[in-house]
Design a protein around this ligand. Structure first.
Ligand SMILES: Cc1ncc(COP(=O)(O)O)c(C=O)c1O
Length: 397
């Protein structure tokens, strides 16, 4: 390799390393070690077709994919024989799949989702040409249930395809499955399909005994979870799980691959099932539960720190997403914060410990001080802090 190419790669490596060190805005677990799997990058692993049907293409990781699916069937309380699913390219693909199944079960259905829902759900409505009703959200990010009931009543003659958020993107809010089921029952709606979008918190909720429980013991149709979020993976991936009874609504036989076409994509990444499998095997149920506690405790730590500064912020129950007022642009860029209107968030993942949180809080104070120095009349810098008060008293600000 020429030295120019080597230098280019070295520069890129340094950039990525630095960006990884200062990342807090997206729900990606960036702390993992998959080195024992590096040797598989020599091979073109491809799980094209159905995960449970051996295809003509033999360089695949179906065995590992099936074990991962088993883990999730267990986690979401459905017998392996009654469940079906696959490892997706990401949470979005799982949402597309779940809503696609809902549409195939109820071709005349209307899709309901809250305004806090991830854009992949609206994309599914567009792609599959499903009429889509966007429901109002509460301040917390959870569905406004009265609005849902009103809309369900208005469209009483039509089946309902419902997307529920198990952790919204911006606020980590959890839509209450039991309340939604009550509304459906109260209104005598029997034709419905519920897809659960558990991109991040789908990996958190089942581990928390006091959290609202979502599982296939209740009448849900599917759930989608991202793999590169809580689990963490260098390759984006996810998992979708549904009931086997729905499979005949989507499958077609494909002679060319010697398998059934039951998934959205054609070729499917064969490395990510291996990463997924390795993560689950090495960390286990107890290890994952410990990580969840770590993240939730540190989210509370950040929330408390912001509260001490009287900085406007919020944290939903069972969530590791701390939402707060938009800080100066410099901090948004440095920490790669996700923005929505006047608000940003930090998703406290495994790679965000109290040290990093302290660093961020210190940055926030420095920014406030610098802003006030530049513009002493500024009133909206949110911070109430001893350091600021001292400087104010000393007449520096
Ligand atoms: C609630 C929710 N659903 C779906 C997605 C999409 O997941 P992915 O980025 O894995 O496609 C996200 C991503 O942030 C999300 O927050």
């Amino acid at each position: 390799m020429s030295s120019t190419l080597l230098n280019e790669l070295s520069d890129f490596f340094a950039t990525v390393k630095q960006r990884t060190e200062f990342h807090a805005g997206y729900p990606y677990n960036l702390s993992y070690d998959y080195t024992p799997l590096f040797r598989f990058l020599e091979f073109s692993l491809n799980n094209l077709g159905d995960p449970f049907i051996e295809s003509n293409y033999g360089i695949n990781s179906r065995k590992f994919e099936q074990e991962v699916l088993d883990f999730f069937a267990n986690l979401y309380k459905i017998a392996t024989n009654d469940s079906w699913g696959y490892i997706t390219a990401c949470g979005t693909e799982g949402n597309l799949y779940g809503i696609f199944v809902g549409r195939e079960v109820y071709p005349d259905g209307i899709l309901y989702s809250s305004q806090d829902t991830h854009y992949s759900v609206a994309k599914a409505a567009r792609l599959f040409r499903i009429e889509h009703v966007v429901l109002r959200s509460q301040e917390t990010g959870e569905i406004e249930y009265d609005h849902f009931e009103e809309m369900i009543r208005e469209n009483r003659g039509r089946p309902a395809i419902i997307n529920l958020n198990i952790g919204t993107t911006m606020k980590g809010a959890i839509d209450n499955l039991d309340v939604v089921l009550d509304i459906l029952e109260r209104n005598n709606i029997q034709d419905y399909y519920i897809h659960c979008d558990g991109a991040l918190s789908g990996m958190i909720l089942p581990f928390l005994a006091d959290a609202p429980q979502v599982s296939f013991t209740k009448p849900i149709g599917s759930i989608s979870i991202s793999g590169h979020k809580f689990i963490g993976s260098p390759l984006p991936c996810g998992v979708v799980l549904t009931r086997k009874v729905f499979l005949n609504k989507v499958e077609t036989n494909i002679e060319y691959i010697g398998s059934k076409d039951t998934t959205i994509l054609g070729s499917r990444n064969g490395h990510s099932p291996l990463f997924f499998w390795y993560a689950l095997k090495t960390r286990g149920h107890a290890g994952l539960a410990k990580e969840i506690n770590f993240c939730l405790e540190n989210a509370q730590y950040l929330f408390n720190k912001l509260n001490l500064l009287k900085y406007p912020c919020m944290l939903n129950k069972f969530s590791n997403t701390v939402v707060f007022k938009k800080p100066p642009e410099y901090l948004i860029k440095k920490w790669q914060l996700a923005i929505q209107g006047d608000w940003v968030h930090i998703v406290v993942m495994q790679n965000i410990d109290t040290c990093k949180i302290d660093k961020f809080i210190s940055d926030l104070k420095d920014c406030a001080i610098n802003n006030l120095r530049a513009n002493p009349k500024l009133v909206s810098c949110y911070i109430s802090d001893e350091r600021l008060d001292e400087q104010r008293l000393a007449g520096i600000l």
